[in-house]
Design a protein around this ligand. Structure first.
Ligand code: BGC
Length: 745
């Protein structure tokens, strides 16, 4: 009833039959009622008064601007109470156009999921979709309409802190994950009260920032842009992502926020995207710093004409667009088109029918502690863990084993993250008052797995990032008393994320020294690494017998880690990014070109494309990850050695579980086009399947290859395939493969 009264003003001006109109017709009816100021108000987004995720500009008159119809959307406003409070004010505006509430729901809201890069390591698309679904269910119950996710930027430079938000280095994997996440967030479709509008960001090529420095420039060939950086965006658009967000960078000299090639030619033109584009925080105004425009007036002109429909926080639109329209510099059609796109989403979300349909206290309460959500989180958290090393099958640990001389077994938990809670949540997550109870630490996870015959010891050893080694003696003494050490090191949650670029990506502080001191005790040491990016840890990799890469795993982190440590889950994660040996190799990625002087191996350095002082190989390659069992791959069998249009072929291998435990392998398919009118990468991921096998069990794994898998962008940006020879590789990582060849005719 309430919404009918609140919307009465607007509805009165529409006839009864108008209520039966299609959304485009309804949008047109509203547009006709709007003044120019009100239209531009819809294109304006402000940060709410409670929290901020960027440099703040305070508006004393924020609320009166909402009342005056000058604000179309707010960000960083969550919770039924707060969203209601602001929506109430919007309902006092002349046309009562509801506000849209946007928020960075990057990896969960109440239930925090692994950071997106960690989740990508699961390669489990269904689990990722479910994770996004849970995030949407919780956030939409808290009044949020729109998430600024998924972040689909391809990233090949682990110095860039924002690698944690994406899906890693590969366009194929990145596209699949983009689709899964958009589907997860938007659920059964906009209009359902548990669906969030998705936002593919940051458009585009933000991940290629020079030197891995956040907000830095990008200059790349259009071919590379189309082949590597745009596919996940295209996948997100095809999956129906409601919105896109500009990136902060300039791309080939033109800031993304005014880049008509990106927004008008590609996104709204070629891809026929029907949603709207929001700028990044202040990115329209930042074009002044880029040296692209003189002031906010010019910024508004360039961005509106370039195709950004909504201005997040720079105030350029609200201050200058009216004048620009009156002067004829921005056409009314540009404004109308932007406003139509925004209003369409508000209609699709059902907000014109009921601006409060996401403001239901009972629903908010019901989703606050939903045990099903924790179970879904734990499932993907354990699947995200990557086993990097496991000498002499040190892992998994037994739950019941006894110690030396029939004494109680002693497990030492050492390191700055052994009892960490909020660090497990990672960047872009929320702190809730009961985190100390709800988030599980590694220590607690282990404690739940073992019985009375195991005693846990603990020593912190050192802090995350200082030079103090005073705790080493206690840590070493604790290790010496124990039968096994679990050593937990890595990055604090604010060390990878926005504006968190690091030039040295080793373990911060004295943590590597701590690892050395503990390994020197001679005790079996399992190293657990928490981080938001690939780190560099050669000494540890070479000397510790067992290593689990655990990213930042979210609310149930400790339980998920313990599930893997004690073999309740056989690790299946595979790296979504190459892990370099040193920063000197960056950028390093598996799908590089061959060059005219390829090195065959690390001894082949003379006048070769190599380093005189460094390997050309990563420490751990893309797609790599061990299990508590082993898999063997038979030779690749092709159904036909000739591939033709309309006649796909299959490539099969017999996969066998050759170990003693059931396990899941991610079987990866790569192709190489040997000769092209533009040079082609040495390998490109074209498919993957997750196969679970019992010990001794075999299965034929079959991939279909069609000419579509052989396409690439030529130098005229045509997406074509060319006849010639191809290699096919199938294996458990980008490096460990069996291969054969076919001819494309
Ligand atoms: C980030 C975006 C984010 C926005 C709003 C910006 O600084 O780059 O990814 O969505 O803030 O929080």
């Amino acid at each position: 009833m309430k919404h009918l009264i609140l919307c009465a003003g607007l509805l009165a001006s529409m006839t009864v039959s108008a209520q039966r109109k299609t959304i485009p017709q309804k949008v047109d009816s509203v547009l006709k009622l709007m003044t120019l100021d009100e239209k531009i108000g819809q294109m304006n987004q402000y940060n709410g008064p409670w929290a901020a995720t960027g440099p703040l500009t305070n508006d004393d008159n924020l609320l009166s601007q909402i009342k005056d119809g000058k604000v179309g959307s707010m960000l960083n406003v969550t919770g039924v109470k707060r969203t209601k409070e602001l929506q109430d004010i919007a309902m006092q505006s002349r046309l009562k156009i509801p506000l849209l509430f946007g928020q960075d729901i990057i990896h969960g809201y109440r239930t925090i999921f692994p950071v997106p890069l960690g989740e990508a390591a699961s390669w489990d698309l269904e689990a990722m979709e479910k994770g996004a679904r849970v995030a949407a269910t919780e956030a939409s119950a808290a009044g949020v309409h729109w998430t600024f996710a998924p972040m689909v930027d391809i990233a090949r430079d682990p110095r860039w802190g924002r690698v944690m938000e994406g899906a890693g280095e590969d366009p194929y994997l990145g596209s699949k994950i983009a689709t899964a996440r958009v589907k997860g967030f938007q659920g059964k479709g906009l209009g359902n009260t548990d669906a969030l509008m998705a936002c593919a960001k940051h458009f585009a090529a933000y991940g290629a920032a020079v030197g891995g420095r956040d907000y830095n420039s990008v200059d790349m060939s259009l071919r590379q842009l189309h082949e590597v950086y745009l596919p996940p965006f295209k996948a997100a658009a095809d999956a129906g992502a409601a919105t896109f967000m500009n990136s902060f960078n300039d791309l080939n000299g033109i800031p993304a926020s005014a880049n008509a090639y990106l927004m008008r030619t590609i996104l709204k033109g070629e891809w026929k995207f029907k949603g709207f584009v929001v700028s990044d925080w202040g990115s329209i105004g930042e074009m002044i710093n880029h040296g692209y425009v003189k002031d906010n007036y010019e910024a508004a002109l360039a961005s509106a004409n370039g195709g950004s429909d909504m201005d997040m926080e720079s105030r350029s639109y609200i201050q200058h667009l009216v004048k620009l329209v009156k002067e004829g510099k921005v056409k009314m059609t540009v404004i109308d088109n932007a406003v139509k796109r925004i209003l369409t989403k508000k209609f699709e979300m059902g907000l014109f029918d009921d601006p409060y349909r996401f403001s239901d206290e009972a629903r908010e309460k019901a989703q606050w502690n939903n045990p099903e959500h924790l179970a879904i989180e734990r499932d993907i958290a354990k699947k995200s863990i990557v086993l990097l090393k496991n000498e002499h099958s040190l892992l998994p640990l037994s739950k019941t084993a006894i110690g030396k001389d029939n004494a109680q077994r002693q497990i030492a938990l050492i390191g700055p993250f052994a009892k960490a809670k909020s660090d497990n949540l990672g960047f872009w997550s929320y702190d809730w008052p009961d985190d100390s109870i709800r988030v599980t630490s590694l220590y607690e996870g282990v404690q739940k797995k073992v019985g009375a015959d195991t005693k846990l010891l603990y020593a912190k050893g050192c802090n995350v990032n200082d030079t103090v080694t005073a705790g080493f003696a206690e840590a070493v003494a604790t290790a010496l008393q124990s039968d096994i050490v679990i050593l937990s090191v890595g990055e604090a949650r604010d060390m990878s994320g926005e504006a968190k670029s690091r030039s040295s990506i080793g373990f911060p502080g004295v943590q590597e020294q701590l690892v050395k001191a503990i390994v020197a005790t001679g005790k079996p040491v399992i190293v657990m690494i928490s981080a938001g990016r690939p780190l560099i840890f050669n000494w540890t990799a070479d000397h510790a017998p067992a290593i689990l890469y655990t990213w930042w795993l979210g609310t149930t982190a400790g339980d998920a880690m313990a599930d893997v440590l004690f073999g309740d889950y056989n690790p299946s994660g595979k790296l979504p990014m190459s892990f370099p040996i040193t920063e000197g190799q960056i950028p390093i990625y598996y799908s590089h070109f061959n060059t005219g002087r390829p090195a065959q191996n690390d001894s082949d350095r003379n006048y070769r494309s190599s380093y005189t002082d460094l390997s050309i190989y990563p420490k751990f390659p893309f797609g790599y990850g061990l299990h508590y069992t082993t898999f063997s791959y038979g030779p690749v069998q092709l159904s036909n050695g000739v591939l033709q249009k309309g006649k796909p072929i299959t490539a099969s291998v017999v996969l066998k579980n050759t170990g003693a435990r059931a396990g899941t392998e991610t079987v990866q398919l790569y192709l190489r086009d040997l000769v092209g009118s533009v040079v082609r990468p040495v390998k490109e991921l074209k498919g993957f399947q997750q196969i679970t096998l019992q010990p001794g069990e075999s299965k034929t794994v079959t991939f279909t290859i069609s000419v579509e898998d052989c396409r690439f962008y030529n130098d005229k940006l045509q997406y074509i395939y060319e006849p010639g020879e191809f290699r096919v590789f199938i294996g458990g990582s980008s490096r460990d493969v069996v291969e054969t060849g076919f001819v494309l005719k």
